[in-house]
Design a binder for this molecule. Sequence first.
Ligand SMILES: *Cc1c(COP(=O)(O)O)cnc(C)c1O
Length: 246
Amino acid sequence: MAKGENGKILPDELSRIINKRTDIHYPKPKVVSITQATELGTVYKLKELNEIHKEAKKLKLNTHMDGARLANAIASLSCKPAQITKDVGIDVLCFGGPKNGLALGEAVIFFNLKYAEDFAYRCKQAGQLASKMRFIAAQWFSVLENNIWLKYATHANECAALLEAELKRIDEIKILYPREANSVFIDIPSEMAKFLKSKGWQFYNFIGTGGIRLMCSWDMTKETIRDFVSDIKNFLKKYKNRRNFL
Ligand SMILES: *Cc1c(COP(=O)(O)O)cnc(C)c1O
């Protein structure tokens, strides 16, 4: 496993992992895959991406970007899409749709055309050929035109910033990672989590290292955030005199 802070790979880790073993039972790595924004809701800065690419090149690794949440990263950095993809040497990018308003489908973008060879055949071999793919592809027109994708991602990030600001004011809640995109990871008393679930709120508690993950979507409303925070406050009021819930 690659070591790093806040969900990001440290460039130095690449050579350690690759050179850990050289025997035939150890896979020979050819690609480094960077998740942008990361699984912990943080965002690689331009400098960090450049450092990883430099190290990858030294080790003769190709670079892939898992951009399931790339739109949120671009909105967070206020940069041009090319600046954190093509310009930092990404060979292949998966640009995610479902987390930014599409029903399904990712756009696979080959900056290095060498790796596009026989792609359609490899998709078919891997069992990933969707019938009537034009309907999956067509969705992209509506989000790429007029920068709707960026509008959605900016909105989701702003909602997360608001949620973070509200939660920061509550002593019983600990923010776990820097909030840079559209998620807020928090640590809360288990009784509080149980209460919130009983009110119908849903969240995962197995992503990252403990705590719970709150995601703000492209179509979230500020009212939803207000209602969530108000349920937390209701819980605290209810349990104010019971010191043992923490
Ligand atoms: C959600 C997610 C995926 C899968 O994304 P799809 O666009 O649904 O294929 C892949 N990687 C990461 C990091 C994700 O969060």
